[in-house]
Design a protein around this ligand. Structure first.
Ligand SMILES: Nc1ncnc2c1ncn2[C@@H]1O[C@H](COP(=O)(O)OP(=O)(O)OP(=O)(O)O)[C@@H](O)[C@H]1O
Ligand SMILES: [Mg+2]
Length: 356
């Protein structure tokens, strides 16, 4: 084939350009490195990843350290492919997988090795989030479980014949078992919502009716602390969504408002059209102690609690707002949190209106 090339320079150029274009569209960086370890050619992704034009740069200068140089040297001397992962840069620190492969023949530009760089940062971050999540779940399950085991041992041993203690211990055990089962239910809910994340819910949900039903189901809890739930929803506005999931959203928000609200206080729910009738804003406000600013951005993270002791004492799993965030995101809505210390908090959900 090489012999035919000079005869058809036009076709050859078109052919070459097509191949260079293919190399430029690849999602990872490719660099050709010379015998002297200088870059002689690079694709577009290399320029983007390195944030500069690497042509003529020496390999060790690009990354400002010896690691890559050593890899290139090893590949060159042993005439073997070398693969390794390294961290590069500060803020953001990237996880990069480098592969250095010696070429069969030196290229026309003097290239002796091909180096590819793959950015694995997102993948590594996902793995680390998953590992943290598993560690958190184990920790959350272990706490009530060790309480249960402790009480079982006490009931089998020292408190064997103490009816009064047994009664009290069994009550605590029931609470702890309940907490474990809530945790498992919430985890299942989260994973179900995540699995459906790409599917847009399409039903029509009458917001006022849904809020009244949720408020009704929480009325006993409200009465216990002499709290009121007041719903201000004049028009019968409808959002596009899934009724069960939205029930869960408002149940979680109103339950939080009661739980972290003031005794004999009021939980106000306000429903209003927004964005020129494109959306509907549902705001759940309490008159509790409020949340410190530094917690606001992190409240919807799984297991994040502003006040750990209080949340646990109230039997919370720390997953309520994570579930809210995921459901709202699936509905292509937004969640806003505003709070003033000493005055209370407002959690607003903005959902697309249902157009009939
Ligand atoms: N209305 C509120 N006022 C003050 N703090 C709140 C309010 N809502 C949530 N928080 C804080 O946010 C944290 C996370 O809330 P989230 O609903 O996710 O968990 P939880 O209420 O602790 O447990 P559960 O999963 O049972 O709802 C809570 O622990 C609490 O510290
Ligand atoms: Mg909650």
């Amino acid at each position: 084939m090489a012999k035919k090339l000079p005869n058809k320079p036009k076709r050859l150029r078109a052919h070459l350009e097509q191949h260079l274009h293919i190399l430029d569209t690849l999602p990872f960086a490719i660099l050709q490195v010379s015998k002297k370890y200088r870059v002689v050619w690079a694709n577009l992704a290399a320029n983007e990843l390195l944030q500069m034009d690497p042509i003529n740069q020496r390999v060790e200068d690009i990354f400002g350290n010896e690691i890559l140089y050593d890899a290139v040297e090893a590949a060159d001397e042993d005439d073997e492919e070398v693969r390794f992962e390294f961290e590069w840069g500060v803020r953001p620190t990237l996880s990069i997988l480098a592969t250095v492969t010696p070429m069969q023949q030196t290229s026309t530009q003097g290239g002796r090795m091909i180096m590819t760089l793959q950015d694995l940062t997102t993948q590594r971050q996902t793995e680390s989030v998953r590992a943290d999540f598993v560690a958190n779940v184990s920790h959350e399950l272990r706490t009530p479980l060790s309480t249960l085991v402790g009480f079982i041992e006490t009931l089998q041993g020292p408190a064997r014949d103490d009816r009064e203690a047994a009664e009290r211990f069994l009550g605590i055990m029931r609470d702890q078992a309940g907490r474990m089962s809530r945790l498992v239910e919430d985890l299942l809910s989260l994973s179900k919502i995540e699995m459906n994340a790409a599917v847009l819910p399409s039903g029509a949900v009458a917001v006022g009716d849904l809020l009244h039903t949720v408020a009704e189901s929480l009325s006993l809890q409200a009465e216990r602390d002499d709290q009121k739930i007041v719903i201000d929803s004049t028009e019968n506005l409808r959002v596009r969504g899934d009724a069960d999931e939205l029930t869960q959203v408002f149940w979680n928000l109103i339950e939080n408002a009661l739980k972290y609200g003031r005794e004999s206080g009021k939980v106000s729910i306000n429903v209003q059209p927004a964005d020129g009738d494109q959306s509907i804003r549902i705001a759940v406000s309490d008159d509790g102690e409020g949340i410190e600013e530094k917690h606001l951005d992190r409240l919807t993270e799984r297991f994040y609690r502003a006040d750990k002791g209080r949340s646990r004492a109230m039997g919370g799993t720390g997953l309520g707002l994570a579930i809210v965030k995921h459901i709202v995101a699936r509905h292509r809505g937004t969640l806003e949190i505003a709070s003033t210390i000493g005055h209370g908090s407002t959690f607003s959900v903005i959902l697309p209106a249902h157009k009939s």
